[in-house]
Design a protein around this ligand. Structure first.
Ligand code: ZN
Length: 282
């Protein structure tokens, strides 16, 4: 184990030496900022939502830190995540608390050289953020979906590094209306309500039928949708979105929600919205 960890560290150091080293604090600070946006939008009731970012290009974790944490085996190996470092929110964490203290509400998962296990590293060991109230942290209950997506990005050498799950009220409300429970109907709606959606999300967004959260099943369905789209709506629950950084991911969700809000605002005053002629957008 000791030798393997040392080899893995050396490989990661080599990888980092070849790239512009962005400090991990910059990424954590972006995650904090987005946590604040989620709260201000009313998308983060109680402990709703989770965030993960692949920080392998920003961080090297030294062996003396790694050996302080026991290795946790994955139920199924994810080989493409070998030696990767994923910053992820912890189970039960509130976005409003993440905004105040990221070290008490998120952790780094440091994957081993086979991608079949990881060590959880506290943020207070690798960043300026400190832990005041010590308690054992575990990754979000939606870990399966986050890891399947990061594995897909690595396997296909994609630029995507960030994943967001959140509960936008208007988007959830939309999926309670039977006529909008298809990918085609939702996309027609968002494109016709706000022209910017077509510019930012030309492929549209995906739709995942209601599935029990926290399961491999919803992870696989979400992965399937996000192979084609940047955002996938979870029926009667919320959405998952992906992008190169967490700011970009937030933009995708924000613009979709804006379009849906325009629709509901028209409906709330008894008006059936005229909508944009989609032919004019093409
Ligand atoms: Zn949720």
């Amino acid at each position: 184990m000791f030798i393997h960890s040392f080899i893995s560290l050396s490989m990661k150091e080599q990888k980092n030496n070849n790239k512009e080293n962005k400090p991990i604090e910059k990424i954590i600070s972006s995650v904090k900022k987005i946590a604040g946006y989620l709260c201000s939008r009313g998308w983060a009731e109680k402990n709703a939502g989770n965030i993960s970012v692949n920080v392998s290009e920003q961080l090297v974790i030294s062996l003396d830190i790694l050996i302080d944490f026991p290795e946790i085996k994955l139920p199924k190996p994810l080989p493409e995540l070998h030696n990767e470092l994923i910053l992820i929110t912890s189970s039960g964490s509130r976005m409003r608390d993440l905004l105040k203290n990221p070290a008490e509400n998120s952790i780094i998962l440091s994957f081993n050289e086979k991608g079949d296990g990881y060590r959880q590293v506290s943020l207070d060991r690798i960043s300026k953020y400190k832990i005041k109230n010590k308690k054992q942290l575990f990754p979000t209950s939606e870990l399966s979906t986050h890891l399947l997506l990061h594995q897909w990005f690595e396997k296909n050498k994609m630029k995507e590094k960030a994943v967001l799950h959140t509960h936008p009220t208007e988007l959830i409300a939309l999926t309670h209306i039977p006529e909008y429970k298809t990918t085609a109907k939702i996309n027609r709606l968002i494109f016709s309500m706000h022209p910017e959606t077509k510019l930012l999300l030309p492929e549209g967004i995906g739709f995942v039928k209601f599935t029990k959260p926290g399961t491999d099943e919803i992870g696989l369905k979400t992965l399937s949708a996000l192979k084609k789209y940047k955002t996938a709506v979870w029926e009667k629950h919320g959405c998952f979105a992906v992008g190169e950084d967490i700011d970009e991911v937030f933009d995708y969700v924000d613009i979709v929600v804006k379009a849906v809000k325009i629709f509901f605002l028209c409906r709330s005053i008894g008006c059936k919205p005229e909508g944009i002629n989609l032919k004019e957008l093409n």
